[in-house]
Design a protein around this ligand. Structure first.
Ligand SMILES: Nc1ncnc2c1ncn2[C@@H]1O[C@H](COP(=O)(O)OP(=O)(O)OP(=O)(O)O)[C@@H](O)[C@H]1O
Ligand SMILES: [Mg+2]
Length: 230
């Protein structure tokens, strides 16, 4: 039994972390988790994030997101740090759990690197694709939920949330290029990436995600949605 990797992607403040947590709770409350476990399709449901899904990765995350210092981080350095975090995460966490049959909800993955370091920083896209292949050993998501929100609205949300990190501090045009990157990615990978309208309320966004997950479970496991428990 191989597990499944489900990734939440999108610009800063689009609601990835909020919706990942809601999805995890919904899988329990809706009865999906117990149904998939009882049928032996899924061993456990776990959550993780990039960067920082491992102990080593959380140190890399600090380097990547801490306040800018006098020495500016170079774009290629940033790219390679994300790749190092990912290699550690794939080999030390994602692959072992997938081989045991886990369903993994992951906050950001390879598409963020294409959007941020490729479209945002302007690093050659084929170089990034090669580096993603090295860092992941070819491990792709089974489903990526792209929370589509314009960059300005996302940044307003993160600023309301409180302290802002090094990446969030980049100017609006950077984040608009990132958003263009995600828009291009969904066009290239319409099977793997599902667009979610993230401009709506938290509950409405959650409902779209639940519909997308239910559809995928039917496709992967041939299983209908469990009877409502409420
Ligand atoms: N649909 C929504 N409508 C309005 N506000 C929202 C919505 N979803 C989340 N928020 C709020 O916006 C802020 C950012 O949400 P969240 O932290 O989930 O985004 P994120 O995509 O994980 O951000 P980051 O890229 O910084 O990790 C939070 O304060 C959250 O409560
Ligand atoms: Mg988040």
């Amino acid at each position: 039994m191989r597990g499944k990797l489900i990734v939440f992607e999108g610009v800063e403040g689009c609601g990835k972390t909020t919706q990942l947590q809601r999805s995890q709770q919904w899988l329990v409350d809706s009865g999906w988790q117990s149904l998939l476990q009882a049928k032996g399709y899924v061993q456990q449901i776990i959550t993780t994030r990039e960067p920082g899904g491992t102990e080593l990765g959380s140190k890399v995350r600090q380097l990547l997101l801490e306040e800018p210092t006098a020495e500016m981080m170079q774009s290629r350095t940033e790219l390679l740090l994300y790749a190092a975090d990912r290699a550690q995460h794939v080999d030390g966490y994602l692959t072992p759990h997938l081989s045991q049959g886990a369903l993994i909800l992951c906050d950001r993955y390879t598409d963020s690197t294409i959007a941020y370091q490729g479209y945002g920083r302007g690093i050659d896209l084929s170089l990034i694709t090669q580096l993603n292949d090295i860092a992941t050993s070819g491990l792709q998501s089974d489903l990526t939920l792209w929370l589509d929100l314009d960059a300005a609205t996302g940044l307003t949300r993160t600023r309301q949330r409180g302290s802002i990190d090094r990446i969030e501090q980049a100017d609006l045009s950077f984040h608009q290029r990132v958003q263009q990157g995600f828009t291009a990615l969904v066009q290239c990978h319409p099977q793997r990436i599902t667009r979610i309208d993230a401009t709506l309320t938290e509950t409405e966004v959650a409902e779209q995600i639940q519909a997308a997950l239910g559809q995928r479970f039917a496709q992967w496991y041939g299983t209908e949605r469990p009877e409502d428990k409420g």
